[in-house]
Ligand binder design. Structure first.
Ligand code: HEM
Length: 490
């Protein structure tokens, strides 16, 4: 026992001296960390972003927190997050790491990579999303076509209460499938449903408290069952994608690329023919970029859409105004992207949904690419940085009613739509969401088309007040499990 106590004392002395020396000088302040555990005991692992928000009130807009032994600098509030990510885009623009994704990604793809590989994959993904999806009439048509399938599914429930999760996940995933693989899938195709269901499950598991503990203390890995589950899902998605790629390779026509995968394969072939050394167009980057587009591009948009419908059911008067604007400006014809300018109230409702839903509360971890003195604080190269998007979207000095659903945040006194700089659900700067334009187009067309066809209400016997807006735990903030009635109104 004495020996154990001595070891503990030694560990404490070593760690406390190293922590205190790290805090010397003008490094960002923060709560005093314990040896080994850091600030773990102060952290609500179910909702870490709320703890960080609370700490920002005490320690200011740039502060340090220790997630176990890992030092993290947190940026809070609109002005600070903008100054860091936009005015110091280069210094704050590297991607930080999470142990759970590190082993699987090995620096490939677009979400979790850095340096030349990231630059090349991001540029290529943006160009091809533009060609096969965003910014083109083709993608608008794909979304409109997908709305028809989704409406059919909703109609089958004949106004009875149902869980909107799966149909919305399938519809939104099909947009990415069309862009990435070049075709959509039927909602009962097991190859498709298993890919979508597994991806969504993994996104939730990655945010679980046990995975967060594993990220802090990787040596506990062999005892963390969820980690094994995440790995098994990752391996199954990888296998399924490799099968899809080999089918696409068999029918590849370089003159007529069907989607992102075709374009990548053609580029890879060209690079090989011309003998370019150290090309980033290799199989690992193909696989991981596709997995990243799929993961980042489905759960996020689908979750936001589900928040939108839930908020409509909870706020029937706002739903009335949405439907009035739709019948006045559009009637029964299909809504197009260019109608947005004539639908300021709906535009405001969608923006306010994204603001309040706050689905990626801590963005993704960033990392400093060089030493920097920021707002008087010294931050060392390679430090993990969390831009706390919650603190921007709920910033009390920017929003009149930060914690309420208040579409007027985005309207002027004449009811015209106004842009707000502190609207940052897609983050900002070098790592800003790559799919922002596609997501905005999807949200607008899916939301308006569904609201044209259906009135959303709570299940019989449940009042609007009883609809719960507490988010479910996970990497992204989903609504808690609930059912809604979609009553046909067209
Ligand atoms: C990154 C939000 C939809 C692809 C991000 C980030 C956020 C975000 C907060 C992290 C930015 C940072 O690190 O500072 C959202 C929201 C969406 C959405 C709220 C929908 C409502 C999409 C879609 C796609 C996509 C549809 C794909 C087509 C990506 C990618 C990244 C990313 C690839 C990583 C960018 C990089 O590291 O360079 N997104 N996203 N997202 N998003 Fe989205």
């Amino acid at each position: 026992l004495l020996g154990a106590l001595l070891v503990l004392l030694l560990v404490y002395l070593v760690f406390s001296s190293s922590f205190s020396s790290q805090k010397e000088g003008n490094e960002p302040p923060g709560p005093r960390p314990l040896p080994v555990l850091g600030n773990l005991l102060q952290l609500d692992l179910k909702r870490p972003y709320l703890t960080l928000l609370k700490l920002s009130k005490k320690y200011g807009s740039v502060f340090t927190v220790y997630l176990g032994p890992q030092k993290v600098v947190v940026l809070a509030g609109y002005k600070t997050v903008k100054e860091a990510l936009v005015n110091h885009a280069e210094e704050f623009g590297d991607r930080g790491e999470l142990q759970i994704v590190k082993d699987f990604n090995k620096g490939h793809g677009v979400l979790w990579s850095n340096g030349d590989s990231w630059k090349e994959m991001r540029r290529f993904a943006l160009t091809n999303l533009r060609d096969f999806g965003m910014g083109k009439k083709a993608s608008e048509d794909k979304i409109i076509e997908e709305c028809e399938y989704l409406i059919e599914v909703f109609k089958k429930f004949k106004g009875k209460a149902f869980d909107t999760t799966q149909p919305i996940n399938y519809a939104v995933s099909n947009i990415i499938c069309s862009i990435v693989y070049g075709s959509r899938f039927e909602y009962d195709d097991p190859e498709f449903t298993s890919l979508v269901d597994r991806t969504n499950k993994n996104i939730q598991l990655v945010g679980s408290p046990s995975v967060q503990l594993y990220n802090m203390f990787p040596w506990i890995g062999k005892w963390v069952a969820v980690k094994k589950e995440v790995e098994a899902i990752g391996a199954a998605n990888k296998k399924q994608n490799l099968q899809l790629f080999s089918r696409l390779k068999e029918t590849l026509n370089p003159q007529m690329c069907r989607g992102f995968v075709d374009a990548f394969l053609v580029r890879k072939q060209n690079v090989e023919v011309s003998g370019i050394a150290n090309s980033q167009f290799h199989d690992h980057n193909l696989l991981h970029t596709v997995l990243h587009l799929f993961a980042a591009g489905t759960d996020t948009t689908a979750t936001t859409l589900r928040w939108g419908l839930l908020l409509m059911a909870k706020n029937p008067k706002i739903q009335d105004q949405v439907q009035e604007e739709l019948s006045r400006e559009i009637g029964s014809r299909q809504v197009q992207v260019e109608d947005r300018k004539n639908l300021p109230f709906i535009d405001a409702v969608i923006h306010e949904t994204q603001r309040l839903a706050n689905i990626v509360p801590m963005a993704l971890p960033h990392k400093t690419s060089q030493d920097i003195t920021f707002q008087g604080h010294f931050i060392k190269k390679g430090t993990t940085v969390y831009p706390l998007l919650t603190s921007v979207l709920y910033d009390e000095s920017e929003w009149e009613r930060p914690h309420s659903f208040y579409p007027a945040h985005f309207l002027d006194k004449d009811g015209k739509f106004v842009k707000r700089d502190a609207f940052m659900p897609f983050s900002a700067g070098r790592r800003i969401c790559l799919g922002e334009s596609l997501a905005r187009m999807e949200l607008f067309i899916f939301f308006t088309t569904l609201l044209q066809h259906f009135r959303f209400t709570p299940p019989p016997g449940v009042s609007e007040d009883e609809l719960d807006l507490t988010p479910r735990l996970g990497f992204t903030l989903n609504p808690s499990p609930h059912k809604l009635c979609a009553v046909s109104c067209m």
